[in-house]
Design a protein around this ligand. Structure first.
Ligand code: NAD
Ligand code: DAU
Length: 352
């Protein structure tokens, strides 16, 4: 039985990954370490309740004793680090926590993996550390070209700088000590359980309530959207068969300007809810994000060529599935937007 330490899997991508893995693999053990920050939510994991293959542990990836204890108890074959502070806007107002979790937390996991897997100068066989990273570490593109794995790292925001730092530490543990590693760098994900600070769920939630839709700048920044399940499939494949020390870009050539995404959501909700008040009059162009990267575009040729990965869900299908999910889970949205969310929203958008 393969034993995984998966971190940050009460969040958006991680909870989708838990379901993906439980459906795909009979004989696995997932130990899910998550601090349950504002972005982590046990409700996201309800569908795994009672499944003995999934064990949830509340805790911080920065906690050396806790992580060491988990390694001693479970003798993991694979660590997959999803845990992170993930929102660019929050990193602009409060960068320090991004260093603590994304950089220091990653280094703590790397050190614990090394301590557990390197015994008497010998690496235990069949082990792997996989870092879930992002295309944002490459910086911003002009109108042409794509990010490949050879593109130099050139992060701009505090978030992407912290993720790039973590990537450098992962490679440092590989190059210096021989820790078996992979890094995946994926484009923008969308789908169920995404916290409504991110573009798609935020716009769905606002439009349903006839609130204005804050589009940063001219709305022509381009993101490369991937349905979350396709990202989960890529991570599983890299964990299984990625070549040691390699980076794999993950993306489905689905580039769209932000304004197109917002208009698509409006058109879908207008039709599905038969609500005349949901229309483009809700769109407000607001002050731009500081240092806003203009365009991301992933070249996924390497993961396709080496591992046979390809995206299964087109944007047209994925966005409808996503909107359906949010319409069917109003309670979920209400729960995650009660409490501190309104305060966050007011603070973040008051000067925009
Ligand atoms: P998220 O914000 O939805 O979830 C993050 C999870 O990490 C939460 O459950 C939170 O409680 C947990 N966490 C935060 N700090 C922690 C700590 N110190 N110790 C333990 N747990 C902690 O994020 P997401 O969108 O699911 O992203 C997951 C990972 O994928 C991140 O590493 C992110 O950088 C990367 N990524 C995200 C995207 C995207 O589009 N969302 C794309 C590419 C890569
Ligand atoms: O590219 C991968 C990255 O995608 C991940 O590493 C990050 O964790 C994830 O948050 C995401 O980062 P973005 O900054 O691209 O995602 P966000 O949903 O915040 O914004 C998407 C685009 O929409 C971006 O150009 C900013 C714009 N935007 C966002 C919000 C929240 C708006 O115009 N208005 C908004 O209110």
């Amino acid at each position: 039985m393969k034993k995984y330490l998966i971190t940050g899997c009460a969040g958006f991508i991680g909870s989708n990954f838990v379901y993906y893995m439980l459906n795909k693999h009979e004989d696995i053990q997932l130990v899910n370490l998550d601090k349950l920050t504002y972005a982590g939510n046990l409700e996201n994991l309800k569908g795994a309740e009672g499944d003995a293959r999934h064990i949830f542990v509340q805790g911080d990836i920065c906690d050396r004793e806790l992580v060491q204890g988990l390694f001693a108890e479970y003798d993991f074959d694979c660590v997959i680090n999803f845990a992170a502070e993930s929102h660019v806007d929050r990193s602009i107002t409060n960068p320090e926590i991004f260093v603590a979790t994304n950089v220091m937390g990653t280094v703590n996991l790397l050190q614990c993996a090394k301590d557990a897997w390197l015994q008497n100068g010998q690496w235990a066989p069949g082990k792997k550390y996989l870092q879930v990273s992002t295309d944002e570490v490459y910086g911003s593109l002009g109108a042409e070209g794509y990010f490949t794995e050879a593109t130099p790292l050139c992060p701009h925001s505090p978030y992407s700088s912290s993720k790039a730092s973590a990537d450098f530490f992962v490679m440092a543990y590989h190059d210096t000590y021989g820790l078996p590693v992979n890094i995946t760098r994926c484009s923008n994900n969308y789908g169920p359980y995404q916290f409504p600070e991110k573009l798609i769920p935020l716009m769905i939630n606002n439009a349903k309530q006839h609130k204005s839709l804050p589009v940063y700048g001219d709305g022509m920044n381009v993101r490369d959207w991937l349905y979350v399940e396709d990202h989960c499939k890529a991570i599983d494949m890299v964990a299984e068969a990625g070549r040691d020390g390699e980076v794999y870009n993950v993306g489905g050539h689905n580039e769209r300007p932000n304004i197109f995404i917002v208009e698509t959501i409006l058109a879908q909700l207008h039709e599905r809810l038969a609500d005349e008040a949901i229309g483009e009059n809700l769109i407000r162009h607001v002050a731009d994000r500081l240092g806003h990267d203009r365009r991301y575009g992933i070249d996924p040729a390497k993961i396709r060529r080496e591992l046979g990965w390809y995206p299964e869900t087109s944007f047209e299908v994925g966005i409808v599935k996503t909107i359906d999910w949010y319409l069917a889970h109003e309670d979920w949205m209400e729960n995650v937007t009660s409490g501190n969310y309104q305060k966050y929203y007011d603070e973040m958008y008051k000067n925009k």
